[in-house]
Design a binder for this molecule. Structure first.
Ligand code: C5P
Length: 231
């Protein structure tokens, strides 16, 4: 896989116009863009199709969660455009329904384990059973793959465990919570640098604010590219 395909730029901007300008600014360097909930009410789906039509890879990060019938219908409609990745919550019934809805589309269904912005205190608030977040994430990833997911989203801190798990070893593992050295952690809690995350076994890294909010996003992108390029 090329380096450009390993770095997914999260287009977390206030408007689709700004997001498209960023795609154009990074054009010729970045190749994979993520559109999430922040843009969905502002034309994000049309933007996703536009970016796909321009030849880039697109990750639709909607983290779907509902009863099976609704998930199946939602995924069926979303997969017509053959986006590259689509996220759903990692509950087995959600994944089974998403895989059914995806039908013959080439879209990969990825399961969210636990958000990288959560720690054990947050899991307590959500009444998630006791246990270390790393091992719970690994178990959730395993259940998701067994239910039919093509891969999972996990933080860099869980990568080693997930890669050691024979059920998940060869699957897609996308890792947000990426912070180049000296950049602000913001609201993320379980973070690593781009090179650490790839060394620990991520197949792809997601980078949002360190690129989107950089003085020059292209310079920030190229620095990450340089950091992870083999010498
Ligand atoms: O700005 P930052 O690099 O923290 O952005 C991370 C991106 O990854 C955001 O778009 C966020 O929605 C997404 N994400 C995450 N944790 C997950 C799944 C997705 O941070 N578990």
């Amino acid at each position: 896989m090329s380096i450009e395909d390993k770095i997914i730029v999260a287009l977390d901007l206030e408007s689709c116009e700004k997001a498209l300008s960023l795609v154009e600014r990074l054009g010729g360097h970045a190749n994979f863009f993520k559109i999430g909930l922040g843009l969905i009410g502002k034309g994000g789906l049309e933007l996703a199709s536009e970016i796909k039509t321009r030849g880039y890879k697109v990750f639709l990060d909607l983290k779907l969660f509902d009863i099976s019938n609704t998930v199946e219908n939602a995924v069926s409609g979303l997969c017509d455009a053959n986006f590259d990745f689509l996220t759903v919550q990692g509950d087995p019934h959600v994944i089974e329904a998403a895989v059914k809805g995806r039908s013959s589309s080439s879209t990969k269904i990825l399961a969210v384990t636990f958000l990288t912005s959560l720690d054990r205190g947050d899991l307590d608030q959500n009444l998630i059973k006791p246990g270390e977040i790393q091992s719970l994430t690994d178990k959730r990833a395993e259940k998701a793959i067994l239910a039919g997911a093509d891969g999972v989203i996990a933080s860099p801190k869980e990568l080693q465990l997930i890669r050691k798990n024979p059920v998940c070893a060869k699957k897609i593992v996308v890792t947000p919570g990426i912070r180049p050295r000296n950049s602000s952690i913001d609201d993320q809690k379980r973070v690593a640098t781009p090179s650490e995350a790839l060394r620990l076994g991520a197949s792809h890294i997601v980078v949002g604010r360190p690129i989107c909010q950089a003085e020059d996003p292209l310079v920030a992108y190229k620095e990450i590219e340089k950091e992870i390029s083999p010498d």
